[in-house]
Design a protein around this ligand. Structure first.
Ligand code: ATP
Ligand code: MG
Length: 395
């Protein structure tokens, strides 16, 4: 019996002018993600179909589950579009299901098919009632919802479906630069941005020897988890040590975090312009720590004109953790390696920092040159899907 994965576009189909662009991007993403499998992929304006080998189904499903832009999919039986073939396949596949009540919904996309949808529902329903004992029709809350889609050459029979990841296909928006620390929030922020179709580069600020290679490994592991939702992620590692040391040597202690984050934003802007990123994405959440009060955010944000997207800005920590668990980054994020923000925490960071004080404090050392140096000496690694990628290749 031939089966296909039948993908419904959902929200995509409301994008009038951009529809083809969205569908083509999704098609390319699906093809790319399944390139290691023996599959055939077809699409039309309403549906995408993946032909697969039976033994690969579970593994393919786990890949499809992580492709943004897929809202719903079904495992559908394929049959030639003629009445007798449809009837015999329907009876055959429904007999394998366990249910008491059912409903049949025929959709006749090919208007040349001689029987109207409502009439065909009655024909097929009658067939099942006659051949299977102890079942009845329930149009409101059936155990088994049977859909029959009649298209020009082939028709599809399927039951209840699976939810996909939703969102828009990655690549329907240009690049964003994710500030990826080893914490809980930033991987979630990256996931949510990709869900809107954004292509991501990630930037990690590292302060060796104050931070360890284990901390870097953690970020690489998080990146690999995020890559499951996209094609590949360029991870740019910034040597932040000299700047951090200058900040702590020269600036007022309570302003160190504010100034450190202003430096990060300045570096982000330069990396973005070098790698064609349109926005900065980060895991800031309103009120979570001193540097994330609205006053802090405003003083920090004022060093750049680039838009800063904060997908978790208005979520509670527990809501962020729920998503982190769902995307399997949580266990990695809570590993106890310090990152550059936790190493240098002042006792009493400014909760409502002032812009003028930040400027006069940071002008106590020549940061422009150091920022340029940090951007010129970036260590960029491409984190790809390959399951067999070794850490040693990345360090
Ligand atoms: P997270 O859980 O993502 O570490 P957090 O609650 O620890 O966030 P902060 O450390 O204040 O919050 O950082 C806020 C955001 O700034 C992070 O979510 C991340 O986007 C960015 N950020 C912080 N430290 C770094 C770093 N070392 N490298 C890259 N980005 C960072
Ligand atoms: Mg952090």
């Amino acid at each position: 019996m031939d089966r296909v994965i039948l993908i419904k576009y959902g929200e995509l189909s409301t994008k009038k002018g951009n529809r083809n662009f969205f569908i083509n991007t999704l098609y390319n993403n699906v093809r790319n993600k399944l390139k290691e499998y023996d599959v055939k992929i077809r699409k039309d304006r309403a549906r995408m179909y993946i032909e697969f080998k039976d033994e690969d189904l579970d593994s393919i499903k786990s890949v499809v589950d992580k492709i943004f832009g897929i809202h719903m999919y079904h495992i559908a039986y394929v049959v030639n579009s003629n009445e007798e073939d449809i009837k015999s396949l329907l009876l055959n596949v429904v007999q394998k299901e366990i249910f008491k009540t059912f409903k049949i919904e025929t959709k006749r996309s090919d208007k040349n098919f001689p029987i109207h949808s409502q009439d065909f529902n009655r024909v097929l329903g009658g067939l099942l009632l006659k051949n299977i004992n102890n079942i009845s029709v329930d149009v409101h809350n059936p155990d088994l919802w049977i859909k029959v889609e009649i298209r020009e050459k082939q028709s599809y029979i399927y039951f209840n479906g699976y939810c996909g990841s939703g969102g828009y296909p990655v690549g329907t928006q240009p690049r964003g630069m994710l500030m990826l620390s080893g914490g809980i929030d930033s991987p979630v922020a990256g996931y949510l941005a990709m869900k809107r179709g954004v292509v991501l580069d990630a930037v990690y600020f590292e302060a060796i020897p104050h931070t360890s290679l284990e901390a870097r490994n953690k970020v690489i592991t998080l990146c690999k988890k995020l890559v499951e939702y996209t094609d590949s992620i360029n991870l740019h590692i910034v040597n932040f040590t000299p700047i951090q040391e200058e900040i702590y040597k020269n600036c007022r202690e309570d302003y160190c975090i504010t100034i450190m984050r202003r430096m990060m934003y300045r570096i982000m802007e330069k990396i973005a312009s070098k790698y064609k990123g349109y926005v900065i994405v980060n895991g800031e959440s309103i009120g979570q720590v001193a540097s994330q009060t609205l006053t802090s955010m405003s003083v920090i944000n004022s060093v750049t004109n680039m838009p800063v997207i904060r997908p978790v800005a208005c979520l509670d920590k527990l809501e962020i953790i729920d998503i982190a668990r769902k995307i399997d980054t949580y266990e990695t994020s809570i590993l106890p390696f310090e990152d550059c923000c936790t190493v240098f925490v002042p006792k009493h960071p400014a909760i409502n920092p002032r812009g003028d004080i930040s400027i006069s404090e940071e002008n106590k050392f020549n940061y422009e040159e150091m920022i340029n140096e940090a951007v010129e000496t970036l260590n960029t690694i491409k984190v790809e899907n390959a399951k067999d990628m070794e850490f040693s290749d990345l360090l």
